[in-house]
Design a protein around this ligand. Sequence first.
Ligand code: SF4
Length: 188
Amino acid sequence: MAQETQGKIRLATIWLAGCSGCHMSFLDLDEFLIDLAQKVEVVFSPVGSDIKDYPENVDVCLVEGAVANEENLALLRQVRENTKLVIAFGDCAVTTNVTGIRNQKGDQNEILQRGYGELTDEHQWPQQIPGGILPPLLPKVLPISAVVPIDIYLPGCPPSAERIKAAIAPLLEGKLPAMVGREMIKFG
Ligand code: SF4
């Protein structure tokens, strides 16, 4: 096994507060996934892997989603500490996008009150918050660049498979992608 992974790029993907659509777009890479499998070792991912702890010495990590709670915050810091190249993967990671809509409605207490109090039939705020299940929300949803330095921004909601391929393929050759032009950096 050690020989099979020798020289391969150690790739991770994570999703924070997002809808998983960016990961679904990644899976749309179709046959390029086969090329990818020859050149990368997936060391952590919510897709097709059951590894629980983020490993050390990761070469590239695609980060989907914004930072909405304490769990997202801790994982993202861990990613930055252990990863050479961090990619903001999709509009939620880059700007907060859909995930950040809640920022307009107030802080975490106002959001929880609205969700678990005003909008429910029983109006038993705050008893209705599922204790011990929800990670504590941050006061505001943050783009990942507000928490850690980012190396590459790959926008899109989700980024198309073509754009993902154009961003990743150069990395396999040890080069950085040219993130310029409408095809590569248009939002939405
Ligand atoms: Fe979902 Fe779009 Fe956010 Fe990706 S950028 S996680 S597709 S809402």
